[in-house]
Ligand binder design. Sequence first.
Ligand SMILES: *Cc1c(COP(=O)(O)O)cnc(C)c1O
Length: 499
Amino acid sequence: MDANDQTAEPLDSFDMDPQTFRRLGYQVIDLMADAVTQESSDPVMPQVSGQQMRAIFDDPVPEQGVVPEKLIRACRETLLQYDRKNGHPRFFGYVCASADPLGALADALASVLNQNVTAWRSAPAATEMERLVVRWLDEMVAFRSGGQGLLVGGGSAANTTAIACALATVKSNNEKAPPRDRLSVYRSTQGHLSIEKAARLFGVPQENVRAIDVDAHYRMIPEALDRKLSNDLRDGLIPACVCASAGTANTGAIDPLLEIAEVCRRHRVWFHIDGAYGAPAAMTSDYHWMQDGFAQADSMSLDPHKWLFAPLDVGCVLFRDETAAAQAFSLQSEYTAVSEEDGIEHYAFFNYGLELSRRFRALKVWMILKGRGVRRITRMIEQNISLRRYLDARIAADPRLEALGSDLSISCFRYHPAGPHTGGAGACEPAAPAEQVRLNALNRKILETLVAEGRVYMSPTTLGGRYALRVCIVNFRTMQGDINLLVDEVLRIGAELCS
Ligand SMILES: *Cc1c(COP(=O)(O)O)cnc(C)c1O
């Protein structure tokens, strides 16, 4: 078309006048307020089939626009109707927190502001806010790096970033790049899947991703790690990273961090702590001791979207020395040349992580930490932990229930009528194979029934071949009555299935 052709009508801009924005905004806020209220209403998990869902979401590509009111209504009729309520007081699945509504409002604001938090120059205020939030997180759990690190999409991204740093360090410590098939990475048998995923992604052979044995409480055995490292070094492998857990997703187990730090130091291996779930518990007096281990690590993962109650998604990776991150991610050779005085304005997140365009994730964390205060957040974490202890006490007091492992705010157990009741986590007698199969099937059926009835949601796990009912409490709405209801329902359904 001729540039001077004036016959085509200019298109209306997508801009909204303030009145329209306010009118629609209030409708969205009404929907959001209803969603927050409905978090507590049953069912936790609506029953809906794949066919039903596909039939609802089967529109052709929309050629023509429709009025926004229609879309807001469609969200109400689908998303509020059919999705799981992750903030429900009896949602105990996975490690999935209830989201602070204050953080949700902050997240909506972040979308409107649409800051691209790549570097100080692109977003001076948003960048400084993120750097402040990272310093706060560092200080809150006493990692003590002075706040070197960045926000990422979650624990998987944080673990992946840390492993990239560890591998880059190995590379820089060697004359020439070590062959990938000689590299090895270590975590316990209970370590998170994201570690193995990251290692494989970076070319570490799957068989070199070592799973170290755990004790009766599912904690990595430092001596076993030491032996494995010694053997691997003797065989010419190049150990790149040890990933310890500060709270496994299965049972909340915390690996012996100080002992592992010592082993890592001796063998000169990068020490990473996966605290995606458990790290914030180090703020409580009962788990304060974890801080000594944190101070020894080279890197750590911590998910504000888990036990700091931020809405999805926001994870954080902390580095002892961000030079390693620059070695892994910066393409500039002079990154070390940035002088102290212009350091602030030269700071670029893209030199320390994978992402270039980055969402303004810090805003919701800033708003939650500042709005709620860390003391109150810590008390909420303590409340979750004491509810787990209350659940453990109910399990211990009932001969039909068998404890299978618990720590932090996770407890695993199973219905075991007429079983040898030993009480101690992980200390139960091994059942005969046929009995094990029967118990596994029974508990699977209990869980399925429970979830289908819609008053409680749990996800299962397997511990030493035993199918376990797993309860994870990272929720500011959960109260003692919810724990009682859960236990009573398991006992009722178990009895019904056995009669
Ligand atoms: C949840 C979790 C992860 C993964 O974090 P995402 O945010 O889901 O990616 C890693 N490690 C542990 C221990 C976790 O609980």
